[in-house]
Design a protein around this ligand. Structure first.
Ligand code: NAP
Length: 252
């Protein structure tokens, strides 16, 4: 059976890697959602050129009306990956813009996956698989990242609750908590933390890599493999869990 899998944030980074992985590994039909449809089309075109199937829809995950409109026209879904997200620093003594940014991060990273699941659920039946992309910052705190840590901790709680709510419908929900992954988001994070701590970007990156037990950042493709396992129909054991994909940083 060809599965249809919807991915938010499929234009770049982890979402894009998931789309390419699922197209290659099981010839899944991909539905890609994000704000920049031209960027999504680049991922879709790569999949189509390799003989796969992908369609794109412009949707901001904070826009419930638009999500409902898109989801209402979708075919039955077998999988959903909520990978769309933003990051950035929200220091507690930050300037006036910090409150608005706090709300923006919570909106995209916590309410966004909630909105996406709500919109897509009517299209998903027994056998469905949902993966919410949290972070190691959903496992521990980092100074200056209050909004992002709150959203990513919240996302793990959401996965636990939804898992128990949906398991009787045969839908399996889990989260993943990646460590540092080489994407645009990580580059921005390195730049911001280096500036905030008075280090060069290279020095901060070296320090961040040294703090990971396996001593390196991850490739988006590696995270896609972990997500693919949770999406697999064979996974009926891991339910309401958060799979750490962090090279040993968190052992709980
Ligand atoms: N990179 C890391 O080190 C790392 C570590 C742990 C967890 N994560 C998590 O992994 C997920 C993917 O991160 P990434 O590193 O791949 O980031 P990325 O390269 O910056 O990509 C983020 C994706 O999310 C989309 N997006 C952002 N806001 C959106 C919105 N409001 N509505 C719809 N789409 C939106 C972006 O597309 P548009 O901007 O075009 O809409 C883009 O496709 C995020 O949830 C992130 O928090 C990342």
């Amino acid at each position: 059976m060809v599965r249809t899998i919807l991915i938010t944030g499929g234009s770049r980074g982890i979402g894009r890697a998931c789309a390419l992985h699922l197209a290659r590994s099981e010839a899944a039909r991909l539905i890609l959602l994000g704000r920049d449809v031209a960027a999504l089309e680049a991922t879709a075109e790569t999949i189509r050129r390799a003989g796969g199937s992908a369609e794109t829809h412009s949707a901001d995950v904070t826009d419930r009306t638009r999500l409902a409109e898109v989801a209402g026209a979708l075919p039955p879904l077998h999988g959903l990956v909520a990978a769309a997200g933003i990051s950035g620093m929200t220091p507690v003594d930050g300037d006036g813009d910090t409150d608005a940014f706090f709300d923006q991060i919570l909106g995209a990273d916590l309410t966004g996956p909630w909105n996406t699941v709500r919109a897509c659920l009517p299209r998903m039946g027994a056998g469905g698989r949902i993966v919410l992309v949290s972070s190691v910052l959903g496992r521990f705190g980092v100074p200056g990242y209050g909004a992002y840590c709150a959203a990513k901790h919240g996302l793990i709680g959401l996965a636990k609750a939804l898992a128990l709510e949906l398991i009787d419908r045969g839908i399996v929900v889990n989260a993943v908590a990646p460590g540092w992954v080489d994407t645009d988001m990580a580059q921005t994070g390195i730049r911001q933390i280096a500036a905030a701590t008075g280090q060069t970007e290279a020095a901060f990156r070296a320090q961040a890599e040294a703090a990971v037990p396996v001593k390196r950042f991850f490739r988006p493709e590696e995270i896609a493999c972990g997500i693919a396992w949770l999406l697999d129909p064979a996974n009926t054991m891991q339910v309401g869990q958060c799979l750490n994909l962090d090279g040993g940083a968190v052992q709980a």
